[in-house]
Design a protein around this ligand. Structure first.
Ligand SMILES: Cc1cc2nc3c(=O)[nH]c(=O)nc-3n(C[C@H](O)[C@H](O)[C@H](O)COP(=O)(O)OP(=O)(O)OC[C@H]3O[C@@H](n4cnc5c(N)ncnc54)[C@H](O)[C@@H]3O)c2cc1C
Length: 388
């Protein structure tokens, strides 16, 4: 068996702690009227005005070069902002995907014009992205994607269907993964490319976004049908044929952050608040256990942030953080459900703990699906350890 190593995360410093203080002060004012139920939306909560305020503070695109509207802050400082936002349940959904993975991907693979045009808008919190990877017959097995972009006079002609596309109905851009060439005998990942799709133009020219309503009755994701959509030549992101390499690098950003273990954090906060200092011993032990898991995951996740900053490719470590994080997020819901004797319900007038629990019972099953399923992540980890 091979070893899986995590580097020691950089220690917190006075600049990072001063920033933490500043972020908490900001959140104390901005979220003062937010109910626990709203906070439980976590990074699915969407508020463009809030994102613009964060952009003005310099808290989006924090590690990007100043030349592109970024702030050249450290990965640790960015991490502080992310974890404070998530712990407080701030509505960061409008800019989350753009800040987490689309911006870094454009910085790494984009043309100078793409960087100049889009990155400053991301950093300002004025630009949202969606991820066009999954298809009806290609979720876990992304290499089976059938959406095709064909080189034609004046650009690329795209046909195919994407599914489960979170936020496609609101996003300004999509990064679209599709086939541009043939797979080779010995490499089924060959012949794929990524495109930057301007959604407003695309929706007027061959793209149809249809809502998919989840089991809570909420509309977060969509089916996106693409029929004879002509993309301009310069919509190609990175090199033609490099789509697989680019998309796997993007997944390391997507899988390793604190969003992968703090989705149920509001529930833990409400549990502590409700039980108070006289919590029964059984509950205190459970809360202690969950908290220690969060602290261990935080250390692993900060280590991956450090590796990404150093230009390494921690795809394997990111898969591990996401899998362990999803286990914790789902376990938190189960632990609270068994500890308190209530009928979970989102109805108005219920105590916050009851409403937050009801919300998370309905959303937590998706935590180990979105961004890569548990089985697939464990397969990646096993392969990385030399076990398969
Ligand atoms: C809330 C949510 C938001 C999402 N947002 C987006 C988005 O914005 N953009 C996007 O592109 N996608 C998005 N997805 C899709 C998500 O990435 C896919 O659902 C996921 O990759 C699984 O694909 P699938 O649904 O086709 O399931 P399948 O791939 O059909 O898998 C079904 C089951 O079989 C298991 N399985 C499949 N292959 C193997 C294998 N080789 N070994 C062992 N087990 C296997 C899976 O683990 C799973 O349990 C989202 C999903 C959810 C739930």
């Amino acid at each position: 068996m091979q070893a899986l190593t995590f580097t020691t995360p950089p220690p917190s410093d006075s600049a990072a702690e001063a920033l933490r203080h500043e972020v908490r002060e900001f959140l104390g004012v901005e979220l003062r009227d937010h109910t626990p139920f709203q906070r439980a939306e976590s990074w699915s909560g969407n508020d463009p005005a809030f994102s613009r305020k964060m952009g003005k503070r310099g808290w989006i695109g924090m590690t990007m070069p100043k030349a592109y509207g970024g702030h050249e802050r450290s990965a640790l400082e960015r991490y502080v902002v992310l974890e404070e936002m998530l712990a407080a349940g701030a509505p960061v959904g409008h800019h989350w995907v753009a800040d987490r993975q689309s911006g870094p991907s454009i910085l790494r693979n984009g043309t100078e014009e793409q960087r100049q045009t889009i990155l400053p808008k991301i950093a300002a919190g004025e630009c949202s992205f969606c991820i066009g990877m999954s298809e009806p017959d290609s979720g876990s097995d992304l290499a089976a994607a059938r959406t095709r972009a064909q080189r034609v006079q004046g650009g690329w002609l795209v046909n195919g269907t994407k599914v489960w596309t979170s936020g496609a109905h609101k996003a300004d851009y999509m990064i679209l993964f599709c086939r541009t060439g043939a797979k080779s005998e010995d490499d089924r990942h060959a012949g794929a490319s990524q495109f930057l799709v301007e959604m407003k133009q695309a929706r007027a020219a061959g793209m149809t976004v249809r809502p998919i309503v989840d089991m809570r009755g909420a509309h977060h994701f969509n089916e996106v049908a693409i029929e004879d959509l002509l993309l301009p030549e310069d919509a190609l992101l990175g090199q033609e044929g490099d789509g697989w390499k680019q998309v796997t690098a993007e997944l390391a950003f997507e899988r390793s952050g604190p969003d992968r273990f703090l989705s149920s954090f509001t529930l833990l906060v409400e549990l502590v608040r409700t039980l108070g200092p006289a919590a029964p011993e059984r509950a205190a032990v459970a809360i202690g256990r969950l908290t220690s898991h969060i602290l261990a995951l935080r250390r692993l996740s900060r280590s991956v942030a450090g590796m990404l900053q150093a230009g390494e490719d921690p795809a394997l470590q990111a898969a591990l953080v996401k899998d362990l994080g999803n286990v914790l997020e789902q376990e938190t819901v189960e632990v609270v459900r068994l500890l308190i004797d209530v009928e979970p319900s989102e109805d108005d007038g219920n105590p916050p703990l009851v409403a937050v629990l009801a919300h998370l019972i309905m959303t937590a099953p998706s935590f180990s699906l979105r961004g890569g399923t548990r089985e697939i992540l464990r397969g990646i980890i096993a392969r990385g350890l030399g076990l398969r």
